[in-house]
Ligand binder design. Sequence first.
Ligand code: GMT
Length: 380
Amino acid sequence: MKIGIVCYPTFGGSGVVATELGKALAQEGHKVHFITYSQPTRLDFLNENLYYHEVDFRSYPLFEFQPYELALASKMVSVVKNEKLDLLHVHYAIPHASAAYMAKQILRSQGIYIPVVTTLHGTDITLVGKDPSYEPVVTFSINQSDGVTAVSEDLKLETFQHFQIQNEIEVIPNFIDLEKFKKQKKDHFKKAICPNGESLIVHTSNFRKVKRIPDVIQIFANVRREIPAKLLMIGDGPERNHAEKMCRELGICDDIRFLGKLEAVEEVLSVADLFLMPSEKESFGLAALEAMACEVPVISTNTGGLPELNVQGVTGFMSPVGDVEDMTRKSLFVLDPANLPRFKENALKRAQEFDISKILPVYENYYQKILVKSAAKSTV
Ligand code: GMT
């Protein structure tokens, strides 16, 4: 198949999923064309089946806001035509699904039918999409997609609850490449961070409000009061300053390191004992899956799609959003040397259920189904 993938090229979960999916499809022999405004962060290897098309949009003095969506739609039109694509797969509804709709209509006027698959990732539905300033466009473009997937049952449910959707939604969960994301021997690194055998806790995110960064710091402060521990914060974003201020106020800065946006997250996860994800909302929790793949148990909230990943009392624990005391108690239980090995083993076993080798064929079959359906539509 010749597939166009549209996504955010940044460190966000939807961009990671889109890029890893594209790479895996290319390895299976499909021709994959990424269409984004810059090279996707994880598009880090060369493959004869991988192509990258940058959306060019020029600033013009008249525009206070650059019309990216229009430039994207125009780029999609030209890539579909020139590369003879079979299908467009857009990740994150805003603005990719509506730009795809526009591209599809332009192509249709030229006698070309391009099927569009939209994957809903989370905040495009649960936060931004619901906002009245976007809702009509999101609803319309989901309904106009030839295929719609969501990354968890919970996200599918939430989409049906908050939008008037007539389309079916297929759940295809996030996945992980266990060849890449696996525990590596990094003892020297662990020794450098935890010279006295402290427990190592890790958090990864884009530090947005929805991630409840202050809860991460507070849980760590509570744990550290009971046992020697260190915290590594990976990523960056709007809540970072607040988090650093909290560390200073709590007097625990020496035990917390902010590592910024790291590419080789798996190297840090390889030496971690516990992963914290106290999010307000989380449609799937890809960062938690990455931790589990490196044998790291997870303490998370029980929100969104997290119960579909983190198994209570098996791969870690879940607590209600904001229940920092409960998350502290559960962290201490998991970190107890009598319990930790069992949780680590279970985390890896659970991650294996989401290996890319299991999820890739699901996407390929879904594309086939959409192509067959669309072939019928295109002749109407
Ligand atoms: O907020 C983020 O974590 C980034 C966001 C994105 O779309 O880039 O992630 C969402 O998509 C991921 C991949 O499908 C999911 O694993 C995350 O749970 C989801 N984030 C939220 O729902 C907050």
